[in-house]
Design a binder for this molecule. Structure first.
Ligand code: DAH
Length: 340
């Protein structure tokens, strides 16, 4: 009677195990047969009613039956797990030959592009690139550049003062003085940097912008060196057929002083909207370093002469990339910057 029962439990269990299509269904089978209230478990519980001499034989049979069922469960579990893994791998298949997503690369700011271009040109002519402080003493920003107390040029450059003597530099020209004071001659340097003026923001003004200062000091430097250097610079920057024109001007720290215009690279001098019909575009201030400025920095003007120039970096960027509003350079709108 027990033996028939065992036989039928085993057959049923093996059949159900074979038919179980998933791991949870297999687990249900295990619980139904081997669980606390499972069919085989209840047979085991019934062993106490079996006659003592029959017990070892029946016990062996029950154990054999349980071993078989457990082995079948184990096999089925392995089979189902490996099928589940195959299924998952198929689902998660990655096609390594698919083209990758295009990663957006950053762009250099037009100011940076213009600065790197300028540096490339002057480094090519043997210039050194130096930096000066943005927070400056009145002496370096004005006094040592021949702009004493009460000089009208001091009012023209609306200055952010930190206290009576310390200010945010209004021009990079102070780096000229720092370089000259080092006492290492000759000097051939450019110095790019940020400058500050108490200006309202509009299409052509900003309270903070950038200049690139230039200074050459050596024996026998003349105005023709200045002209040759800046004409070459203009041709490198705006194209081989660019012409330059020097107009007399006044800066306190140079004598004589000039402003340099370049022939309009849009209309080549005919006159267009870009150059406001002039055919020429002003791009920088320059001049021979004033003897008084040399003297104040400890250089003998009878032995050494030099020239200096100052370029507005934004002005170059706006011209070169035909941008008509300076504010675009500071807003950092990705849609704008993406174009460079
Ligand atoms: N510092 C002048 C300015 O901010 C620009 C300038 C003009 C610099 C003539 C120079 C120079 O070195 O020689 O307007």
């Amino acid at each position: 009677m027990i033996m028939d029962n065992l036989q039928s439990i085993q057959e049923k269990a093996l059949k159900q195990i074979e038919e179980a299509g998933a791991l949870d269904a297999l687990n249900d089978v295990r619980v139904a047969i081997l669980g606390k209230k499972g069919e085989l478990t209840s047979v085991l519980k019934g062993m106490k009613d079996v006659a003592a001499e029959e017990r070892p034989k029946i016990g062996t049979l029950v154990n054999e039956c349980r071993d078989k069922i457990e082995a079948a469960l184990e096999d089925a579990k392995e089979r189902l797990e490996s099928a589940a893994m195959d299924e998952r791998l198929k689902r998660e298949k990655i096609d390594v030959t698919l083209p990758a997503d295009k990663k957006a690369l950053g762009h250099r700011h037009p100011n940076t592009i213009a600065l790197e271009e300028l540096e490339r040109i002057f480094i090519g002519m043997g210039y050194e690139v130096v930096e000066g402080p943005e927070i400056e003493k009145d002496y370096y920003n004005f006094e040592a550049l021949n702009i004493p107390e009460g000089h009208p040029a001091k009012d023209e450059q609306d200055t952010f003062y930190i206290n009576g003597d310390i200010l945010l530099r209004t021009q990079t020209s102070g780096t000229q003085v720092h370089e000259m004071e080092k006492g290492r001659l000759p000097i051939k340097m450019i110095s790019p940097g940020r400058v500050f003026r108490a200006d309202e923001v509009d299409a052509t003004h900003s309270p903070s912008f950038h200049q690139v200062e230039g200074l050459v000091i050596d024996k026998n430097i003349s105005f023709s060196d200045l002209k040759g250097t800046l004409a070459l610079f203009a041709r490198e920057l705006f194209g081989e057929d660019t012409k330059v024109k020097f107009r007399p001007h006044h800066f306190p720290f140079t004598e004589p002083s000039a402003e340099m215009d370049v022939s309009c690279f849009k209309c080549h001098g005919k006159g267009c909207r870009f150059c406001k019909g002039e055919g020429w575009i002003e791009i920088l201030g320059c001049g021979m370093v004033h003897p008084h400025v040399l003297e104040m920095s400890g250089i003998d003007p009878d032995e050494y002469t030099g020239f200096a120039f100052g370029v507005g970096l934004e002005r170059i960027a706006l011209l070169k990339y035909e941008i008509d509003d300076m504010r675009l350079l500071y807003e950092n709108d990705i849609r704008f910057l993406n174009q460079f």
